[in-house]
Design a protein around this ligand. Sequence first.
Ligand SMILES: O=P(O)(O)OC[C@H]1O[C@H](O[C@H]2O[C@H](CO)[C@@H](O)[C@H](O)[C@H]2O)[C@H](O)[C@@H](O)[C@@H]1O
Length: 257
Amino acid sequence: MTPDTTEGLRAIVADPAGAVIGLDFDGTLSPIVPDPAAARIHPDGPGVLARLGDLVGAVVIVTGRPAAVAVEYGSLAEVPGLVVLGHYGLERWEAGRLSAPPVHPGLARVRDALVPLVAGFDGARIEDKERAVAVHTRQSADPQLALDALREPVATLAAEAGLAVEPGKFVLELRPPGMDKGVALSAFLRERQARSVLFAGDDLGDLAAFAAVRASGLPGVTVFSGSSEIVVEADIVVNGPDGVMGLLRSIADSIGA
Ligand SMILES: O=P(O)(O)OC[C@H]1O[C@H](O[C@H]2O[C@H](CO)[C@@H](O)[C@H](O)[C@H]2O)[C@H](O)[C@@H](O)[C@@H]1O
């Protein structure tokens, strides 16, 4: 642990009311599984987050999922004060209420065009999230080969429709441009007048949030929920959702002590 990391954790524990704990969902709170619809939060997640929600300034989940899906798959509706920023920050769920901008018009166009394209790749699947469409290759015989082959046609389709491509773990997501987890987290830190911040994530889409932690100028900690799939630089590396749960529990214990 570097001195900065220690300072970040110390600031969270010393002044929990000023702390924002930011968390990604898939791969961080929820173990990665082959079928996106079968993902569910780590069994310890709801309890640990409920504890933290009572102790810190705010717990915020920043996810590529629709916010309501993260709340459902995470059994999170009862976490005190929880905010879920879905679709990389386009949507906001808070106290059971969801706010979101209109659906981007380019999505109707790519939705139709993706069906025949993806049909040519055995095992590739479309996840329609209403405000974004994801193409998954995890269930292909060679997931990396299928992903690489899909990159160019998916990028062309996205550009024609005015959408951005968000790459992730065996997934290419077509989504509205102009928002990312860094923009979303920075705005939330300002809104809450945060005095310290931690963000935990496991994938490429989380890098913008890690950069936002560093750019905030606050005592801050980035946490990588590690796996064999990608390597990301962060202040702390833990072993997947099990490790994330252990870290969050130890923060709650230290605050509560
Ligand atoms: O920002 P996140 O909360 O991490 O969401 C990112 C994407 O996660 C999901 O896909 C990933 O998890 C799946 C379930 O474990 C896995 O099958 C897939 O290979 C992963 O890429 C989700 O399905 C996407 O919609 C999210 O954008």
